[in-house]
Design a protein around this ligand. Sequence first.
Ligand code: 6AU
Length: 259
Amino acid sequence: NRLKLSFMERARFAKNKVAERIFQIMATKNTTLCVAADLTKTTDILNLAEEVGPHICLFKTHIDIVEDFHPNFLKHLQDIAQTHNFILFEDKKFADIGKTVQLQYSESIYKISSWASLVTAHSLTGKGVLDAIRESEGLKERGVFLLAETSAASSLIDGNYTQATVKLALQYTDLISGIVCQSPLFVDQPGLIQLTPGVQLDSIGDTLSQQYNTPEHVVLERGADIAVVGRGITKSADPALAAQKYKELLWNAYKKRIV
Ligand code: 6AU
């Protein structure tokens, strides 16, 4: 049961290289926090990365919301990631046929495959998406988080879709780092990581169907390994302090879970 094992113990079960690295980072930095850097200006994103860097394992971007994108920006972001030992994660949510996904992953001004060790993908169009990511040019070590459930209220995803997504993930364990979901779907797979968004302390949701749970709740009741926190940190007056607080709450919940 993965919920009872430490990240150090789980590292050796990981078949995906990036997942193995994530386990090691979590275990050495004592953090399971992924910050969602949903900001539109490059300087704001870089400042956030510097501020929260010591407290996170993953830095999640939506590169296509950036207004003043420039390839130099990625160089700076990579330097910060290296300094603070966190992984760059582009939340692209690929959902097209394989050939189109391949172009979206490796081409355009963003060249995602050249800098993002991690990306998200929907399972909607099936295995072609994963074949496309696996076969593209880019970083040698890459990982995918597959979306099996969402944090959105009234999502169209049902139990069958969720189960079929987990099944697909298990056929691509060399490529899949983990699954994005809201419940403990794969407790018998210690090598896979559960990533759970929709985490905030001061709010239960927004006006656009986002739903929030607390750090303790997602770790202890819903099986989250890594929690994604966006506005809970980015809208805070002191993002570094907020990140530290989320990190500690998440880590304490994890310690409580594995005893
Ligand atoms: O904490 P928030 O609400 O400010 O930001 C949540 C972040 C956003 C969403 O794109 C993302 O988490 N997200 C995701 C993924 C894959 O990360 C899945 C999901 O079900 N819900 C969700 O909010 O960047």
